[in-house]
Design a protein around this ligand. Structure first.
Ligand code: ZN
Length: 320
């Protein structure tokens, strides 16, 4: 473990407690630690840049035109449109909206079906960014948010959907966001809930832990407190997230029975290379388990959400 960086993924302090082990999709061993200073949960040691580059290669975004196969993509687009409606109700026509980690740009595109907006997207280089670049209404930056990208108080809304946990410099990002979002502007952010029932049950096998890509986590309460320090007030939180949470249950259970993690998830993305150790019968059985149990896990997710213990959470904050 020499020369490995075990410092906190948020505050960078080296004062944490090891909670449980977690192996990544390549078989590397990590632990999930809890920072004694800022209360972040983080992946330890910090993955190297080489490992992260490998984890975000083309197979991560799906090799075909869509990230997922047809039916799954339709399912996702239904929920993406609903998310666009939730944001849109806070925004005037012509509002400036930035989606950080905009993927293929489809969320921004679904906003346009509701009203006209000025749209900005940021995405890392790769297939997703290439797809987003084809949407002419989006001003796309390939790379990461930096301080010269936007003027102070210039944006009406910023979205970070399942992006915060990937950030190598989360603190700097929050500082930037606090400057560029206007007063009364909106910050919509969704994260895996490390305080969820799923996380507590499955620990290192939990789907939404997603090592080595997910570097840090906060409980909903701690994230809320953190964002207060940056001038944001929580106006809405949603724990019942059908496009993410029931599948988290399915895949986490499967992860307890397969040597590699996330085999079905990768197979659904069309990553046949990753799933090649598994026979087609095995994969069909995993798919069958998924389809047969999904309605049941939608039910359990509804119960979890009532306790604010949903596997992923969407927060809407207002800049004050
Ligand atoms: Zn910390």
């Amino acid at each position: 473990m020499n020369n490995q960086n075990h410092s906190c993924g948020y505050c960078k302090a080296d004062d944490s407690r090891i909670l449980y082990p977690a192996s990544d999709v390549f078989g590397n061993d990590f632990t999930i630690n809890h920072c004694n200073l800022c209360k972040a949960f983080f992946l330890s040691p910090r993955p190297s840049n080489e490992l992260l580059a490998k984890a975000y290669d083309d197979s991560y975004y799906g090799k075909k035109d869509e990230k997922f196969e047809g039916l799954v993509e339709k399912f996702i687009s239904y929920f993406r449109n609903n998310r666009a409606k939730r944001l849109s109700k806070y925004l005037p026509t012509g509002a400036k909206v930035l989606d950080i980690g905009c993927g293929n740009g489809k969320f921004l595109q679904s906003l346009l079906r509701i009203k006209s907006y000025e749209l900005f997207g940021i995405e890392m280089e790769g297939n997703s960014a290439k797809r987003a670049a084809r949407i002419k209404e989006i001003k796309l930056k390939i790379g990461a948010l930096s301080k010269d990208d936007f003027n102070e108080n210039s944006l009406d809304a910023v979205c970070l959907f399942h992006v915060f946990e990937h950030l190598t410099e989360p603190k700097e990002t929050l500082q930037l966001l606090s400057g560029i979002i206007k007063k009364d502007g909106i910050l919509m952010i969704s994260i895996p809930n490390i305080d969820s029932f799923q996380s507590r049950i499955f620990k290192g096998k939990w789907l939404h832990l997603d090592p080595p890509r997910h570097l840090l986590f906060f409980t909903p309460t701690d994230l809320n407190n953190l964002l207060k320090e940056y001038g944001f007030e929580l106006i809405h939180q949603k724990h019942f997230i059908t496009e993410q949470n029931p599948y988290g249950m399915v895949q986490s259970i499967l992860n307890c029975f397969t040597k590699k993690r996330e085999v079905l998830y990768e197979a659904l993305k069309g990553n046949t290379e990753y799933a090649k150790d598994y026979s087609s019968l095995n994969l069909q059985l995993q798919k069958l388990f998924f389809l047969a149990t999904l309605p049941f896990f939608m039910g359990t997710d509804l119960i979890a959400s009532m306790f604010k213990k949903g596997a992923t959470v969407e927060f809407t904050f207002k800049k004050i």
